[in-house]
Design a protein around this ligand. Sequence first.
Ligand SMILES: Nc1ncnc2c1ncn2[C@@H]1O[C@H](COP(=O)(O)OP(=O)(O)OP(=O)(O)O)[C@@H](O)[C@H]1O
Length: 590
Amino acid sequence: MTHPLAQLWTRYRQYRARVVLAFLLSTVRKVMDVMPELLIGAAIDVVVRGSDSFVADLLGVADRREQLVWLAVVNAVVWVLESLFDYLAALTWRNLAQQVEHDLRLEAYGHVQGLDMAWHESRPTGGTLAVVNDDVNQLERFLDAGVDKLWTLALNIVLVGAVFAASSWTLTLLAFLPIPVIVAGSLWFQRHLVPRYAVVRAAVSRISGLVSANLGGMATIKSFTAEDRELSRVREVSEAYRLANADAIRASAAFVPLIRMAILVGFTTTLLMGGWMALDGTLEVGLYSVLVFMTQRLLWPLTSVGEVLDLYQRAMASVRRILALLDEEPLTVEGDRTLPRVRGQLELVDVRAGYADGPDVLHGVSMEVPAGQVHAVVGATGAGKSTLLRLLLRFADPRSGQVLLDGTDLRELTWESLRGRIGYVAQDVFLFEGTIADNIAYGRPEASREEVRRAAEQAAAHEFVTGTPLGYDTLVGERGVTLSGGQRQRLALARAILRDPAVLVLDEATSAVDNETEAAIQRSLAEVSQGRTTIMVAHRLSTVRHADRIWVLEAGRVVEAGTHDELVSRPGPYADLWAVQTGVLADGVG
Ligand SMILES: Nc1ncnc2c1ncn2[C@@H]1O[C@H](COP(=O)(O)OP(=O)(O)OP(=O)(O)O)[C@@H](O)[C@H]1O
């Protein structure tokens, strides 16, 4: 597999120029950074050798004091330049990191939004959240400081190496002796750390997955007094995370002491051998001092190799996960046909459908819904009603057969021509952070307050909305007022109605409202469904009795279809169901 960084480089051409600039700035800064050591050497050289000194030769100035003044000036210029380039390099790297983080997060989130519903349903949200959040942050941290450090470390070896090589080959060899040990140690460390960090990352996403699922199911947890059990489940995954981290820490902590020992050897040999050589007169005193300082320069920064590689490893693990997410392809891809005017005629032709690699849920369903009619789909729980509705919105494609809108296969249509023309009320109503008006106008944000109110009236929501503290401006969602299931359903219905869609798809849209409210909704639905196709799923048969046609599903097959009157007048599953429900109603239980 191509290296993650190489993949980033090919994928994100727009950052290339800035990356190159950042590397250049880092390089200039590093060169400036090495200069003071050389200047110290030059200063000692001035003091020891006077008019024979390197500076005297270079500038043609014999006076030592004047030579030192020149050195001081150069030194000051170098320091100022180093500070300037330090600032520019930091600015460039950090802004780059922020920009990449921002772009990548948006790209990842946008990509996730484009993936199939099936993809979303088959994965814990926490895991996806961890990629969009933590992994993107991890890459930002690496770009912010890691790359610069890694590059500077490498440059350091080259620059210091050049100074050593120009001075004494013997000392170069001795000072560089520890480097292979350090590099070998780093490689060993790297090899052992990669799998450990993968385990750590997996553990993190298990924690966020579990915690976010539990937060969503708090009512169930409490009602079953399962707090202790859940706590111990969280303890278990958190403990797994701790252990995975401990394992990684054990490996990384062993690294620095190893390097220290290697440095000890390099530093001591330069100190001793260089000293002897200076005493023998084979090495200038100034150069000796430069080399002793330079050994420090060369070797000490290598202690941070561990830390930088650590950052690097984590970032690469994250980049792999981000790229893997970005490489996920949706199975349901948007078509390119637009329908200028959607009438709303729907047809299912011998449709088989199911989930992932599970068995078929729908076994060859055929049905036709002429434009403008109200059709209902009923059947026992698990019969496949929601599965059928999902096909209409193309949350999934059928395994075989066709779903057609105005005679066009849904796979050919753009999302706008399909979903843009459908008003959908799901079984679980989702309210967004915002006001009631915002939520109703979700599908048409430009709608006027009057239109919002009208939709709310048609969904029998206006009355309760005016009863909330701020009416249409009341906040709902996580931080807003809590609405009952029936109230939420009515807002969702108003939201679908306001969109003025050609097709209304209602999945148990009124299951949580009382009979009286439902009757009110039914009356306005009769008005609302004028001129549009409505497909509704309901358990309560009274909800669907006025439909133009009722389709009865049993275990993924259409077993009966007709109007309510036709269906009750002949023996069959619908008549049985009706008898049960009206019987129950007569008993006053429903
Ligand atoms: N996301 C899913 N992944 C796998 N199988 C699923 C999924 N959703 C539903 N199923 C299965 O498909 C079958 C039909 O489910 P579906 O939700 O369509 O039934 P339904 O008639 O709408 O039921 P209900 O009235 O309870 O909503 C069931 O056996 C169910 O287990």
